[in-house]
Design a protein around this ligand. Structure first.
Ligand code: FES
Length: 97
């Protein structure tokens, strides 16, 4: 799982799906978390941003499911950076002389 914004509520790459009983033990998500969750593919009734889940003994043994897809604007644009574009390869064809 990626946490592209490192927990600053600026992405939804840490989207996780929790079991009902675990979800109910947590504090309600903030408006900022809900705004980011709205952008997460595969949103469910028990979705949370993993970076906002504060671990405690009460959550021991919890099972987390990752959604089938994620949205990461950073990764989507990663290949567009000039330093990450493919350089043309020299031709393997013999050049006429
Ligand atoms: S890592 Fe970006 S919101 Fe959790």
């Amino acid at each position: 799982m990626e946490g592209a914004c490192e927990g600053s509520l600026a992405c939804s790459t840490c989207h996780v799906i929790l079991e009902d009983e675990i979800y109910d033990k947590l504090e309600e998500p903030t408006d900022e978390e809900n705004d980011m969750l709205d952008l997460a593919p595969g949103l469910t009734e028990t979705s949370r941003l993993g970076c906002q889940v504060i671990m405690s003994k009460d959550l021991d043994g919890m099972v987390v499911t990752l959604p089938n897809a994620t949205r990461n604007v950073q990764s989507e644009r990663f290949a567009e950076r000039p330093s990450h574009q493919q350089q043309p390869q020299p031709s393997a064809q013999p050049q006429p002389q």
